[in-house]
Design a protein around this ligand. Sequence first.
Ligand SMILES: *Cc1c(COP(=O)(O)O)cnc(C)c1O
Length: 377
Amino acid sequence: MKNKTIAIHKGTLKDADTGGINTPVYTSSAYDYINRDETFYPRYFNTPNQNAVAKKIAALEHAEAGLVFSSGMGAISTSVLAFAGTGDHVVMLDALYGGTHHFATEWFSHFGIDCTFAETSAGDVINAVTPGTKVIVIESPTNPLLAVVDIIKIAGFAGEKNITTIIDNTFASPVNQTPLDLGIDIVVHSGTKYLGGHSDLCCGMVACSNKKMGKILSLARVLGPSLDSRACYLLERSMKTLVLRVNAQTKNAMEVARFLENHPGIEKVYYPGLENSEGHEIAKGQMTGFGAMLSFEIKDKNPDLFIKGLKIISPAVSLGGVESTICSPSLTSHAEMPKEERQRIGITDSLLRLSVGLEDAGDLKQDLDNALKKVSH
Ligand SMILES: *Cc1c(COP(=O)(O)O)cnc(C)c1O
């Protein structure tokens, strides 16, 4: 089956009582334990609605097993803690999602875990590995500068050393990148973004082998970040259009990136689909599409005034919805980082991150152009 078919059909539990073609929403939190092989319970992560979406993400990520969580952070923190404990060392990218970074800096010491942060090149990640390293956590493309990390090189090295690799695949989505095929052990998602896709749902997902999932599930059942059946159904409904949405958004992003690249009011565009971008060659080898996230710097203009001049694209911190959203990383995701450190890693005050939606690409370009013209007066 191809992706578009998998997204629609995989995991669906047809209603045997009525012949209804959609998975019914199972509202119970109490289930029979006598006449059944398995006892269902929402916090066991095994209700029919949880299973339906878990099967879908597993199929899309080419994994044996999938699991749905109540947030991306629930999925990420549970996955890391399932494979790293007291005395262990973890290598993480410096450029990881802020919440994941925070989890490591604020909480790893509490669990007796030591962590080294590495820059985005495979060499840096490999150099950070010690004999005690149990887990490597990466993300590609990264937020907000869309750096492309060499997944194959890192996964190959980690595989030889028996280190568990975890990738946050939120930005690419399984439509544009399937990291398990590149040798990664565990894929995690903030389902709040592309999988949910309509900016109305908070959830997370994990996909990996049955063996690895056994440990993650065992920990998840006691930590308890499970997703309610009604929200699972919304997610299931959204995932049916995942492939269509992300393909169309990716196409729009390429068009918007080219437009910005050639615009006199723009200083720099970060998008792995542009031939002259730093990560383009690696991206071509590991992605099937370059995604729908891009960043750009505007020339000598007030970024806040520019954002206020936009009529279609909304200022918002989240991403991956059908509507285009824009944010200033220096004022949002990276606001707590000292300015000098931000400048050093390339997050200037004029950098803006754009999540390209499903609108007409011409309208989006017009909106950006109008706002740029407004600030230049
Ligand atoms: C949003 C996001 C997360 C966190 O997900 P939540 O659903 O908010 O917990 C993790 N990683 C990336 C890349 C994200 O964009």
